[in-house]
Design a protein around this ligand. Structure first.
Ligand SMILES: [Zn+2]
Length: 704
């Protein structure tokens, strides 16, 4: 591990080019990355900020097929929209590239070829589901069938979204293709596997021993992956959309999207500068990946192992991933249209880009999931930006024009008091606190320091009351001791504080800093970090402009409009996807599932149903939705894993009687063998209910 770095390379997750950006994306990685980069630039560090659109992968081909357009049409549309949104939000990438570029195809193919030539891949043939009508192999996500755990008829081949079980397509009952609705067939196909397991000892040393400083949420997720054991992963897929596998025998195959996407960071750097290798291949580069929590495994385990295997590249120094941002108390869902779209925000709140940057930083999900609310947004603007920061700067300028002839007044050392000196000290302390926090990727706390300093400025002004001093001077014909000297001192200090605030706020709210340096008639260079903490940024006698409004009040009606819009969009989406027969009086019937085919009594008799008693229950690690239960069946105690953790707490179900399918073949879930299944029914709100005897009976009783 190198500790002295001479250059910094910052990447932010490549957004997937199949939809617009929502506020959760911004808060998750782009905003923190931009703040970090702007701060390092102000410190004159050699730094590059790399971004781009991820344009490969199955969801794009599926979307194109559904809309009857080409995958290129889809990615062109969203790439430009996303790029434009980043520019409007002042996310200051040095390059914003895309993975459908030729330079990326070449870079990714070369990377694969190097690993192939070094003999690193394992070639394996396997049987995979194939859609004969659409003539294509089916990714797991595009096989739908009945979940073996909870009977959800629309579970995906990789996961059941109702009970949260991870599945493989083979486990689905009555699988069908999402493309044609036909049952898929099995066909043999060959793929190249990266032996991730061989890198396990090295990864354990590198992550768990050498990077204990990584954020707890990141370190913890890595640890549980590594503790769970790593396996070879297929790095190729059967598809025509993506980077072609650079081997003659690989016709119709492309690189797995998670193999090619992170290499996109390298390609984008190549596109930006001929000196790209300085940033990617020299040990004194500090590489930092900003991502959301769903990408941790790819950036902390798989991509580093690929880089290590390749051998020419530096490894990340840190991966400061954030958790998720919820919206009004509910998970953001693009399919339910429960989201605040950033491109719409910039149109509806013109000139308020910094307000969104501010609010998202103050609620950043740095250590745990957090919540965006429109009310919170309004409060942050009105009671912090307007009332504290904006108000302070405005008062200083108004008073300076009124009491000091529009010029920076001198500082008279002979009448300085402790309050003056304390406030000047606070500027230096704030600088140090911001540096310590940004170094540790604590953006929320760093921004708090800036606002807190402006709060202290307000308090100082309130104590000094230069307007009262001025009034007394007029009333008492200049009889106040020190008179103008006191006024000069307080406004001199306040204005130097304003100048410092512009430097401090610049990485967070760059448009606000720009307005401030315009008001102070100083050049951009003043915003360089080495000036922070200085007491003489503005020269005595220098005339400053009139104040302009930094932030405007956001009205209740604007917030009500946004909340209404959110609800309307979600309702409309629901109406579009709900079954067409829904009528107001028969809502329950509308969601009832169709009857399964008739069976014979013998089929039913094969089931051994028993009354069991839950004797203990605990959450399953890493699986939000699963509970591990011990169920007494009278003749033995079984371990049963059940997807009910979102419906019941372990405490409330212990002691309850339930009905268990007692002769179901055991299945492993999250490494735990589940020895049976508990019967449940789902009510119309989606809440699960146990099926159980109407009064407590003897444990182990047969159900017939
Ligand atoms: Zn399920």
């Amino acid at each position: 591990m190198t500790t002295t770095y001479n250059r910094i390379l910052v990447t932010a997750a490549l957004p997937y080019a199949n939809g617009p950006l929502h506020v959760g994306h911004l808060a998750g990685c782009y905003l923190p990355a931009d703040i970090y980069v702007r701060w390092q630039r102000a410190r004159k560090k050699d730094i590059l900020f790399i971004g781009g659109s991820d344009e490969h992968g199955v969801p794009i081909t599926i979307r194109a097929m559904k809309e009857g357009v080409s995958p290129q049409d889809i990615v062109d549309k969203y790439h430009s929209l996303i790029k434009d949104t980043f520019e409007k939000m002042s996310i200051s990438f040095d390059v914003y590239s895309r993975t459908s570029n030729a330079v990326h195809h070449e870079t990714a193919a070369d990377f694969f070829k190097k690993l192939y030539d070094d003999g690193l891949f394992e070639e394996k043939e396997s049987e995979q589901y194939y859609d004969e009508e659409k003539q294509t192999f089916l990714a797991d996500r595009y096989i739908i069938g009945t979940c073996p755990v909870c009977d959800n008829p629309n579970a995906y081949g990789d996961q059941c979204e109702r009970c949260g079980s991870s599945l493989s397509p083979e486990q689905l009952i009555n699988p069908r293709s999402a493309l044609s609705n036909n049952p898929p067939v099995k066909r043999t196909t060959k793929h190249w596997y990266f032996p991730l397991n061989e890198y396990e000892p090295w990864l354990k040393q590198w992550v768990l021993e050498e990077h204990k400083e990584w954020k707890n949420n990141v370190y913890g997720q890595c640890k549980s992956w590594l503790d769970g054991g790593l396996y070879p992963r297929a790095m190729t897929r059967d598809s025509n959309w993506g980077v072609k596998v650079p081997l003659p025998e690989a016709e119709g195959k492309v690189l797995y999207v998670w193999f090619d996407a992170p290499i996109g960071y390298i390609s984008a750097t190549k596109e930006l500068t001929p000196n790209w290798a300085d940033y990617w291949c020299k040990d004194d580069t500090k590489l930092v990946h900003f991502i959301g929590k769903d990408n941790i495994v790819f950036h902390c385990i798989i991509f580093p192992a690929m880089l290590k295997a390749h051998g020419n590249f530096v490894l990340p120094d840190n991966v400061p991933a954030n958790e998720f941002l919820n919206l009004e108390g509910d998970k953001v869902s693009t399919s339910r249209n429960w989201a605040v779209w950033v491109n719409e925000y910039v149109n509806e709140f013109p000139g308020c880009e910094d307000v969104l940057r501010y609010y998202l930083t103050t609620i950043a999900p740095e250590t745990k999931d957090s919540d965006f609310t429109w009310k919170g947004f309004q409060d942050a603007n009105n009671s912090e930006l307007v009332s504290i920061f904006g108000n302070y700067v405005n008062r200083c300028f108004v008073l300076m024009h009124k009491l000091c002839k529009g010029k920076v007044p001198p500082l008279h050392a002979e009448v300085m008091d402790d309050e003056d000196r304390n406030l000047l000290d606070e500027i230096k302390k704030t600088k140090q606190a911001i540096e310590e926090k940004l170094d540790k990727y604590q953006f929320r706390d760093a921004l708090y320091e800036v606002i807190d300093l402006s709060r202290k400025g307000n308090q100082y002004l309130q104590k000094k009351e230069p307007w009262i001093v001025a009034k007394k001077m007029t009333d008492d014909s200049g009889q106040v001791a020190g008179g103008q000297l006191l006024i000069d001192n307080s406004l001199h200090i306040c204005l130097q504080l304003c100048a410092n605030l512009s430097i401090f706020i610049n990485p967070f709210l760059p448009n606000t800093a720009k307005k401030m340096i315009h008001m102070m008639k100083v050049v951009d260079k003043m915003l360089e970090w080495e000036n922070a903490g200085k007491e003489k940024l503005l020269s005595v006698g220098y005339s400053l402009r009139n104040p302009e409004l930094l932030f405007r009040k956001i009205e209740d009606t604007e917030i009500e409009t946004q909340i209404q819009k959110l609800q309307d969009a979600a309702n409309k989406q629901q109406a579009n996807t709900a079954p067409v027969e829904v009528k107001d009086t028969v809502q329950e019937e509308a969601v009832l599932l169709p009857l399964k085919p008739e069976i014979q009594f013998d089929d039913f008799a094969k089931l051994d149903l028993r009354v069991g008693t839950i004797i203990s229950a605990e959450k399953v690690q890493k699986a939000d939705k699963l509970l591990k239960l011990s169920v007494d069946l009278g003749f033995e105690v079984r371990t049963i894993v059940s997807g009910i953790a979102l419906h019941f707490t372990p405490k409330e179900i212990v002691g309850k009687q339930v009905v268990v399918v007692a002769n179901l073949a055991p299945r492993k879930m999250r490494g735990i063998e589940s020895q049976g299944m508990i019967l449940m029914a789902e009510d119309k709100s989606g809440k699960l209910r146990f099926i159980r005897p109407e009064t407590v009976i003897n444990t182990g009783a047969s159900v017939n």
